[in-house]
Design a protein around this ligand. Sequence first.
Ligand SMILES: Nc1ncnc2c1ncn2[C@@H]1O[C@H](COP(=O)(O)OP(=O)(O)OP(=O)(O)O)[C@@H](O)[C@H]1O
Ligand SMILES: Cc1ncsc1CCO
Ligand SMILES: [Mg+2]
Length: 275
Amino acid sequence: MTRDSPANFMDGAIPAGLLATVRSKRPLIHHITNGVTINDCANITICTGAAPVMAEAPEEVAEMVAAAGALVLNIGTLSATQVEAMLAAGRRANELGIPVVLDPVGVGATRFRTETAQRILDTLDVAVLKGNAGEIGVLAGTGGSVRGVDSGGIAGDPVETARECARLTGTVVSMTGAVDVVTDDRRVFLVGNGNPAMDRLSGTGCMASSVTAAFVAVADDYAVASAAALAALGRAGERAALEARGPYSFRTALFDELAGLTPDDLTGHARIEER
Ligand SMILES: Nc1ncnc2c1ncn2[C@@H]1O[C@H](COP(=O)(O)OP(=O)(O)OP(=O)(O)O)[C@@H](O)[C@H]1O
Ligand SMILES: Cc1ncsc1CCO
Ligand SMILES: [Mg+2]
């Protein structure tokens, strides 16, 4: 930042207002997600102020999603049957105008993951594509490395990578990291909240998708809602780091701090810069 380009920070009342709206509306968030972090996703959804349901039988997903405010598709432990369920739920969500959040966990690590993420993006109208840098780099086609579910980084500039991915997919891209980049190509939001402890725990990325879904369920502007969601989770992470002794007490504190996060605290501490 130079004196000629002063930072343009979003008014903290905007994410705070969305947090309050999540809590007053308590939208149902339908997840089709991985078996590693499914319980964390259910509980972080509750701590945000929304209501989770995990349902993945192809026989029932179209019926379940009809009652939801948003649908999370997370390919972390995908199977052919689960992919069939994701497409069925996603089609119904699209028919009903219910936003779909895609978490392309591990895309680029195997052909099945890459083909599935691409198939979901080609078949469905995805509202928000939330991934780590490597995953977004792979989907942008600009170069990203992924080993297992971990980002190994990207080839170029993070903002340009996220924008290229948004252009290519027609979605809001929410790329997590030390500084999160959220963009619909036209606008770019950089979210500075968070703590490095969030990277030392499996599942914070999956949780970021759940929190994002809770926010997009109550908002029309999916880019602002995605940035607000990451600010809220990141702010909870900042507060949790003050009381944690290590990864597992941090995990507990993260849930407690998000549940206890007040709109006033978020108004004062959200750090969302618009570029
Ligand atoms: N170094 C960091 N400093 C601050 N916040 C961070 C840092 N690393 C990650 N975060 C935050 O942690 C959350 C998860 O992001 P991350 O990029 O680690 O996801 P991920 O690699 O997909 O996670 P996982 O695969 O474990 O679910 C985001 O809200 C992000 O802002
Ligand atoms: C570790 C892991 N493996 C598949 S999904 C998952 C959770 C975090 O992405
Ligand atoms: Mg992830």
